[in-house]
Design a protein around this ligand. Structure first.
Ligand code: GLU
Ligand code: ZN
Length: 280
């Protein structure tokens, strides 16, 4: 029997910062304590934003931190056939439809007087369902999940959180999923997949038993568990860790120019200094 298998799954859209170091070191620590393994996965489905240079920097930074992982590393850009297969399976279940709405269309539909205040789900405003019965065939259109049909097949879902922030079981009713998540995008028109679909398919393909990631993704987890049920995939346990904030208390994010690990390193910081900075 394989023991615990967890992962660190960065997107090579910029240099790694202290938040990534915390996530990777947390995953490695959880693997080590359980005599398990940490796998690495490069989440590069968004080819316009991902760069080979950043991927190489990820390997360099993680090695510098003292981390290691089995090779070859899974790269999402190699996984398109697996995402297509999952989409076909969901289509065969009758839980998908094509959507041609632009962001502007969705905003307009949500501001109609009868709609009330839009609910904000894990991907932004809950989709108003405009294209649900439209029967679009356009192969270039986005693909959405019909949440009503999905929950009718699956029923309630739940997952077990093992991190310190919200430990225990987290159950979600069909009604909650319809109201608060709704018809999320499974395949973006430009990418042929979405973060939710790719992460679900790949965690299963890598045999992940514990998903380690930031608390910002906690609300996406019921979507992943629902997709696991629809696709007959096992549900791992989850560890959502605290987020690293800057001196102003703002969450570090690549687009905010958070200080790259490579910069600390160039200034002579050691991996021990990095650990100290993030409270490890
Ligand atoms: N690739 C995502 C990121 O860089 C993480 C996805 C996950 O851990 O599920 O934020
Ligand atoms: Zn639409």
């Amino acid at each position: 029997m394989a023991g615990l298998i967890t992962r660190f799954a960065p997107s090579p859209t910029g240099p790694l910062h202290l938040g990534h170091a915390f996530s990777a070191l947390t995953a490695a620590h959880l693997a080590e304590t359980a005599q398990g393994q940490m796998l690495l996965r490069i989440e590069d489905i968004d080819t316009a934003r991902c760069k080979p240079l950043f991927e190489q920097q990820i390997y360099d930074d993680l090695h510098w931190l003292g981390l290691d992982w089995p090779v070859p590393v899974m790269r999402q850009s190699d996984r398109r056939p697996a995402y297509r297969a999952a989409l076909s399976r969901l289509a065969a279940l009758g839980v998908t439809y094509r959507c041609t709405c632009t962001r502007g269309d969705i905003r307009a539909a949500l501001s109609a007087p009868q709609e009330g205040a839009p609910r904000i789900g894990p991907d932004g405003p809950v989709y108003p369902g405009t294209c649900r019965e439209a029967g679009h065939q356009d192969p270039g259109a986005a693909i959405r999940l019909n949440m009503d049909r999905a929950v009718a097949l699956v029923g309630p879902v739940r997952f077990r959180e093992t991190g310190p922030l919200r430990p225990g079981w987290h159950p979600y009713s069909p009604e909650w999923l319809v109201r608060n998540v709704g018809d999320i995008v499974l395949a973006r028109r430009d990418l042929g997949t979405s973060y939710h679909l790719a992460v679900t398919v790949d965690d299963a393909a890598q045999g992940i038993t514990l998903v380690t990631r930031g608390a910002d993704l906690f609300d996406a987890t019921p979507i992943h568990v629902l997709l696991q049920r629809l696709l007959d995939l096992p549900t791992p346990a989850y560890h959502h860790h605290r987020l690293i904030r800057d001196a102003q208390g703002k969450r570090l994010a690549k687009r905010d120019d958070a200080r790259a690990l490579g910069l600390f390193r160039a200034e002579g910081a050691t991996p021990a200094d990095i650990r100290a900075m993030i409270g490890l």
